[in-house]
Ligand binder design. Structure first.
Ligand code: SF4
Length: 329
């Protein structure tokens, strides 16, 4: 890791200015991913701007939405009473991520911006288009058990690792930012990018643009069922092999609205409008859930080591939604 300069400010405009005017500058909050990236040589910054003193730690509830400041810590959001009561899928996803120590330090904004855990990306000895554009992708013919089967390209098949982002996609959250061109709002659906031929670009932020908050519409909890299921190799401090975030609104036995997001299978937190529409207006039966699962993976492009994910994610969907009918295994 090369030497870098450190700056700190309590003003968002100054933080943005400091980062925007230097190509190799970056914001730092919890630092739980950024410092590892710098040590591993996956990122190289000559200046880090500490934003922990910005007033962005608030968690505020209004009549129809929850506002989470980008510097709120994962643990605080997970244990917030409104989150636990009205957004359990969010609380479950947060508590499924990282370790208690990391959750006490890691920020919500940083969690969304964490980078892939593809081992080749974090090892300078291997070719990686995400780390060095045009150098090749070692995972295509290498060890790819943990990689994506949806949204892949010939240039990158890395999975986005955030559990939080999967829950936020199912909840139709928006990301609020402040940058050199002012403030803007980005739908979660547009925040993370598929790799295409530019896998080094993970998201739609511009250089120097700061995530300031996440906002989530509060669902009507009377008819809404939520759950986050994470399948992983060990019970704690492990990334998802596959995961499912489900937000289902029901009327009687019928599904009125289904919002399903998936982790571990896509190059970004994944949703399939087609799979959701299969469930809408129908009873939540094993057969209908299976039909939705088949549609989810119909365009999957697995590699030799990760072909099992196509079946595993369908089973995870069956398990997640089966709990809502009392029919889960
Ligand atoms: Fe790099 Fe993506 Fe290939 Fe991993 S999958 S080696 S991150 S280009």
């Amino acid at each position: 890791m090369r030497d870098f300069a450190y700056a700190r400010t309590d003003r968002a405009a100054e933080a943005v200015q400091l980062v925007a005017r230097r190509a190799d500058a970056a914001f730092i909050a919890g630092g739980t991913d950024l410092l590892n990236l710098m040590k591993d040589g996956a990122e190289d910054h000559d200046l880090v701007v500490d934003i922990n003193r910005l007033p962005l730690k608030d968690i505020e509830v209004s009549r129809d939405k929850l506002h989470i400041g980008a510097l709120a810590r994962m643990a605080d959001v997970a244990m917030h009473p409104v989150v636990r009561r009205q957004l359990p899928v969010l609380s479950q996803a947060l508590l499924a991520g990282a370790s208690p120590q990391v959750r006490n330090v890691a920020s919500i904004g940083g969690n969304l911006l964490q980078r892939t855990r593809c081992g080749y990306f974090r090892n300078e000895e291997f070719a990686c288009n995400k780390r060095r554009p045009g150098s090749g992708c070692s995972a295509l013919e290498g060890r790819n058990r943990w990689h994506a089967i949806l949204g892949v390209s010939d240039h990158c098949i890395a999975v986005h690792p955030s559990d939080l982002a999967v829950a936020l996609r199912a909840l139709d959250a928006t990301v609020h930012t402040f940058g050199p061109d002012g403030a803007r709002t980005i739908a979660m659906a547009d925040f993370h990018r598929v790799p295409g031929d530019t896998p080094h670009i993970d998201n739609s932020l511009r250089h120097g643009e700061l995530v300031t908050a996440v906002e989530i519409p509060l669902p009507d909890s009377r008819n809404t069922r939520q759950r986050y299921l994470k399948v992983r190799d060990r019970a704690t401090f492990e990334f998802a092999v596959v995961s499912v975030a489900a937000v289902l609104r029901t009327r009687g036995r019928s599904v009125e609205d289904a919002r399903l997001a998936f982790g571990g299978v896509g190059t970004r937190p994944w949703r399939s409008a087609e799979a959701e529409s299969v469930l809408r207006g129908k009873p939540l039966t094993e057969r209908n859930i299976a039909a939705a699962g088949r549609i989810l993976v119909k365009e999957a492009q697995p590699r030799p080591d990760n072909a099992f994910k196509a079946e595993l994610v369908q089973r995870a969907l069956q398990d997640t939604l089966g709990r809502f009918t009392g029919g889960s295994r």
